[in-house]
Design a protein around this ligand. Structure first.
Ligand code: SAH
Ligand code: SF4
Ligand code: F3S
Length: 453
């Protein structure tokens, strides 16, 4: 039987990229990836345990498999694997192996054992000695690439499982990051996203000793890399030199994701976020003082233990003050082993109410801000196609989704995926823009990327 695998990924971009690493590793071993579980000899689930819902999704997926797996190998990877370990076998006895997010380097050894017929194989060490040089990564998209620059997390936010699932913080040597970036550039990638749970806490461990801002400068200078993003930044480590690097390098995107979690200093203290509302707002002022307009997005948790109505109102007023382009908001979800899970909880209905209020509040902000963009030109990197609407799906440098048509037939029959296009915005909603392909305006310093030159 040919060696085939199916992989489903839950969770954040770090998990998405880990799945690309796993795919590379498996393909080197003679496996090939198939698009549905039915066709596959091995089923892999790369899991997330950030909130209870995410974890439940994984367990219900595993429970649903029970009757169907006959003869297939099942592996659980990622954060649930790391956090729940061998308990997974009790929940889902048809699982053959679990391999945590910090143990991917031992995946080949795990597979040796599974292929030899062993069951209940585990790889759960928080292997902090890994080099970041994964021999082969099979990326999902041929134009946009993630690069891990820092793994794990040393912050101690009282609600969060990540330090348990991904282990302590460790940065990757700058030379290794640059090698991967240059290689991607040579292979035609034009967008790079630097990844880390606290990406801006990056400190080069090699004698070169680069700061995060220096790394941004060096990646930003690669001539054929048109867009550089980085996520996720932690406000406590957001230093002015990062904004200066953005000012210096046009390829650093006009977008920063800076999770605030709450607008109330009291709640931030309970969360151990290590900054106050005012300190956070000083970071925002710094970003608003940049040469270009940097759009901002954030994460918010409502109903953290002890959050009062007044605290919650402070979060709403922070939204008014910052005017984010987008907000990811969540109800606080108690996680096993974290300090906040032991604190007095806000009732579930109250959390649900606050979430709705917050989302409606932010929806109005986004609607107003997106409406102001109608009539203008935006550059979109095309990521997909909605055949049904005859639309291309792109993303602007400010990380807005921009769906557009080509009414004048400027692109002909060309597949625009991976191309940069100039688009005239014609309409907008709270979460995306709509537009029409316009004449391309070439930008100095970049060659051969626009569809019309
Ligand atoms: N390292 C990043 C993001 C971590 S997880 C950071 O520090 O910002 C992504 C988001 O999930 C967090 O920003 C937070 O808003 C949310 N989150 C984390 N733990 C959570 C929990 N227990 N309940 C609800 N939301 C949570
Ligand atoms: Fe979790 Fe806080 Fe670390 Fe982010 S900074 S991963 S929220 S502990
Ligand atoms: Fe989830 Fe793990 Fe990412 S818990 S959010 S997949 S780091």
């Amino acid at each position: 039987m040919p060696k085939t695998f199916y992989i489903e990924t839950f969770g954040c971009q770090m998990n998405v990229h880990d799945s690309e690493k796993v795919r590379g590793m498996l393909e080197t071993r003679g496996y090939s990836k198939v698009p549905t579980p039915d066709e596959a000899g091995m089923l892999l689930y790369n899991t997330c345990s950030i909130r209870d819902k995410a974890e439940q999704k994984v367990f219900s997926r595993l429970a649903g498999l029970k009757r169907k797996v006959g003869g297939k190998t099942v592996g659980v990877l990622g954060c649930v694997a790391q956090h729940n370990g061998e308990d997974i076998f009790d929940h889902a006895p048809h699982v053959d192996f679990v391999c945590g997010s910090a143990s991917y380097t031992s995946l080949p050894a795990i597979l040796d054992r599974v292929e030899a017929g062993e069951s209940r194989v585990t790889g759960l060490a928080l292997d902090t000695d890994e080099t970041f040089d994964v021999p082969s990564v099979e990326r999902d998209r041929p134009y946009s690439a993630y690069i891990t620059i820092i793994e794990g997390c040393d912050k101690e936010c009282t609600y969060c499982v990540v330090p348990f699932t991904r282990g302590p913080e460790r940065s990757r040597a700058s030379e290794s990051v640059m090698r991967e970036a240059r290689d991607l550039e040579a292979r035609g990638y034009t967008e790079i996203t630097l990844l880390g749970q606290t990406v801006n806490s990056y400190r080069d461990p090699s004698p070169a000793g680069w700061s995060f801002a220096r790394l941004l400068d060096e990646i930003g200078r690669l001539p054929r890399i048109r867009r550089v993003r980085f996520t996720t930044s932690h406000p406590a480590d957001f230093t002015p030199d990062i904004v200066q690097a953005i000012d210096r390098n046009e390829s650093l995107c006009d977008w920063v994701h800076l999770p605030v979690q709450s607008g109330s200093t009291d709640v931030l203290r309970g969360m151990q976020r290590t900054y106050s509302r005012d300190e956070y707002l000083r970071c925002i002022d710094m970003l608003k003082g940049a040469d270009r307009t940097i759009e901002l997005s954030t994460d918010i948790i409502v109903g953290f233990p002890g959050e009062t109505e007044r605290d919650f109102e402070k979060t709403l007023s922070l939204l008014d003050e910052v005017q984010y382009a987008s907000v990811f908001s969540f109800k606080y979800s108690p996680r096993r082993g974290t300090a906040a899970a032991e604190m007095p909880q806000v009732p579930e209905e109250e959390k649900s109410r606050r979430l709705l209020v917050l989302q409606e509040h932010q929806r109005r902000i986004q609607l107003r801000r997106n409406t102001a963009l109608i009539g203008g030109l935006q550059e979109a990197l095309v990521e997909g196609r909605k055949e049904r609407f005859d639309q291309w799906v792109g993303r602007t440098t400010q990380n807005r989704v921009l769906n557009f048509t080509d009414p004048s037939g400027l692109a002909g029959e060309r597949d625009l995926r991976g191309r940069y296009c100039q688009v005239r915005v014609t309409a907008s909603g709270p979460n995306s823009l709509v537009g029409e392909l316009a004449d391309a305006v070439s930008q100095p310093g970049f060659q051969g990327l626009h569809i019309l030159n």
